[in-house]
Design a protein around this ligand. Structure first.
Ligand SMILES: Nc1ncnc2c1ncn2[C@@H]1O[C@H](COP(=O)(O)OP(=O)(O)OP(=O)(O)O)[C@@H](O)[C@H]1O
Ligand SMILES: C[C@@](O)(CCO)CC(=O)[O-]
Ligand SMILES: [Mg+2]
Length: 414
């Protein structure tokens, strides 16, 4: 079959408010970042499927004939995008030798790739031979949506290679975006990748990776916020490793906590009480996201005032406490919040927490020296820290002319 070669990219994200609560049906506000994942897909005649993932030091290839044996007899389960085809996941785990419950970086990345590759090409009779190389500017597994940027790139490139979606590039445009229908399809396949990596994702991360900009996300409904003030944000990576899958499962366990069968009375006392302890916290996070959205909208219709920034700072502080209550904090994040507060700046974790990254809000009047000193303090703690631009474009296709020299060079190395 004819395979269309392409280069695509997708942005990482920061969650302003609503992480974890969004998994349980609450609202989240998320923004895309100016850090991207790039993927190059090349057609080959080697009868092999190769994947090069230099960020995580994984370089693998498989014979197409062997992979063909894994394709499900019926495509019905693959076309049902509401759930994963559990039988295919099991076969892929056995094939690659990934024990059930393994959460390591390589296993998750390989499983997500093979699942999306087989799902997209299963109907075409024969799986094609190709090479996929991925390079990301995002730290892996640090709360900035590295998994969603990876899944969105896989979905976009493989759908494009199969001819399911047309190339948006034209003679005039070296970088272009797909239309709404194509983006919806990319987002749905990317969600399957996130299901493999995250276990129980809300879909907010892949939505931002696909659409970009600033989004309100509520139970699968994506609403881009068109008028938002230009927020200045400091991003800090504590470099404490964590897994989104484990953290999301931990919050669910906390919600459903019950007694350890101690006795009839203890059971009566405790059973069902944890939901009533944790649910109000999730409701409060929901109210924080709504108040933040309302404040951002007021800041664009009137001009932003110091009082608006006071509200945004207070919301950040309250939400950080809530996230600690949910059990997704970390001493390194507490330390980060203390260090920035000593300079008058407010921070909260972003993404799944448990380590990883935090955002710090900078006010328009925050002096350059304050920012510089804060960055210095945070670096002295061993953290990475940089000021970022938010609201980057969602998934895009590029001609090689439009890709930075250093990125092309890394992609071409394999
Ligand atoms: N550049 C990459 N190359 C290969 N695999 C990647 C890459 N980036 C991310 N991944 C996959 O995504 C996993 C990290 O996903 P995880 O959801 O735990 O973190 P995150 O997406 O960075 O943070 P969050 O979900 O909190 O935003 C890695 O273990 C790996 O399997
Ligand atoms: C922790 C979480 O809420 C955000 C991770 O970026 C998980 C999700 O929404 O899928
Ligand atoms: Mg993730």
């Amino acid at each position: 079959m004819h395979i269309k070669e392409c280069i695509v990219s997708a942005p990482g994200k920061a969650i302003l408010h609503g992480e974890h609560a969004v998994v349980h049906g609450k609202m989240a506000l998320a923004v895309s970042l100016n850090l991207r994942t790039y993927l190059q897909l090349q057609a080959t005649f080697t009868s092999k499927v190769c994947i090069n993932l230099p960020n995580i030091n994984a370089f693998l290839s498989w014979d197409v004939t062997v992979l063909n044996q894994l394709v499900p007899d019926s495509e019905a389960d693959l076309r049902n995008m509401d759930e994963l085809d559990i039988e295919l996941v099991r076969r892929l785990r056995d094939f690659v030798g990934i024990p059930n419950g393994a959460l390591d970086t390589r296993s998750m990345a390989i499983l997500a790739f093979l699942y999306i590759y087989i799902s997209i090409f299963a109907g075409s009779g024969e799986l094609p031979s190709l090479t996929v190389s991925v390079w990301s500017e995002l730290p892996t597994g640090a709360g900035l949506g590295s998994s969603s940027a990876y899944s969105v790139c896989l979905a976009a490139a493989l759908l494009s290679a199969s001819g399911t979606i047309p190339s948006p590039l034209s003679d005039q445009e070296n970088t272009a975006r797909w239309g709404v229908a194509e983006m919806e399809l990319i987002n749905r396949f990317a969600f399957q990748g996130e299901r493999i990596i995250h276990g129980n994702p809300s879909g907010v991360d892949n939505a931002v990776g696909t659409w970009g900009g600033i989004l309100r996300y509520h139970s699968g409904k994506i609403t881009p916020l068109s008028r938002v003030p230009m927020l200045r944000i400091l991003l800090t990576n504590t470099k404490v490793p964590r897994s989104t899958k484990v953290l999301v499962a931990g919050v669910k366990d906390k919600m459903n906590k019950g007694p350890k069968v101690i006795g009839q009375w203890t059971q009566k006392l405790f059973h069902g009480q944890f939901p009533s302890i944790i649910n109000p916290v999730l409701d409060s996070v929901d109210a924080i996201s709504c108040t933040c959205e309302q404040t951002l909208s007021e800041m664009t219709s009137d001009s932003p005032t110091p009082e608006h920034y006071d509200i945004l700072e207070e919301l950040i502080d309250i939400n950080q406490h809530h996230l600690n209550v949910m059990g997704v904090g970390h001493p390194a994040l507490d330390n980060l919040c203390r260090v920035t507060l000593a300079r008058g700046l407010h921070s909260k974790l972003t993404g799944a927490g448990g380590g990883g990254c935090a955002i710090t809000l900078l006010r328009p009047e925050t002096e350059h020296s304050v920012v510089q000193n804060t960055v210095q303090d945070l670096r002295e703690c061993g953290y990475d820290c940089w000021e970022t631009r938010i609201g980057a474009a969602g998934v895009q296709e590029h001609s090689p002319l439009a890709v930075k020299e250093e990125v092309l060079e890394v992609l071409a190395r394999y």
